[in-house]
Write a protein that binds this ligand. Sequence first.
Ligand code: CA
Length: 230
Amino acid sequence: MNILLIEDESQIADFVCSGLRSRGFEVQHCENGQQGYELALKGGFDAIVLDLMLPGRDGLDVLKGLRAQDVQTPVILLTARNELGDRLTGLGLGADDYLAKPFFVEELAARIQALLRRLSGERQNHLQVGPVLLDRIERSAKVSGQLIELTTREFKLLEYLMRSAGQVFTRAQILEHVWGYDFDPSTNVVDVCIKRIRAKLASGEVGDAAATPQCIESVRGTGYRFRVEP
Ligand code: CA
């Protein structure tokens, strides 16, 4: 994770830099508000740790400028005890969190991680229908908690059906979405791929796989759909 630290007090900057680096973060440090703003504008940071009182440009103004430029990189403000008003203003301007000085670097690292986890929206990355759980970030699939190996194509097809579970898709729709170009409609690649996915899903099922209804149903004469639990 790549962090931009905008902080003019060298003592604080030093311990934050070394503390975060020792925890596996990459840190770029900048001690001037305006330069920090320009760096942040260029992007490429997972989070910005921003001091309030800065030479060049005030921290709140940096924050305001970034949000006005639609830079949505998460920002954690570093505030002094007597800066409660600024802290509230900062949250109003779109800061994601704040930390009052003095603080432990462990606390800052934990806040950054919590923030990034929260923002990555774990719920959005996970798609679950019935016993099947897809993790779109890791591109992994589990059936009843058991990991199964899918190829990129198989994952894409399964995700496509699961995203609109219950809806029937024709072979042509599946072809176009998963393979991305116009195949000969008489090709059986979809059926072959579905067959492989079914076998893998069945292998992950706990208990008697044969007794478990198919997650992917064939709809005669039309195509396929992912079964929604009754
Ligand atoms: Ca300062």
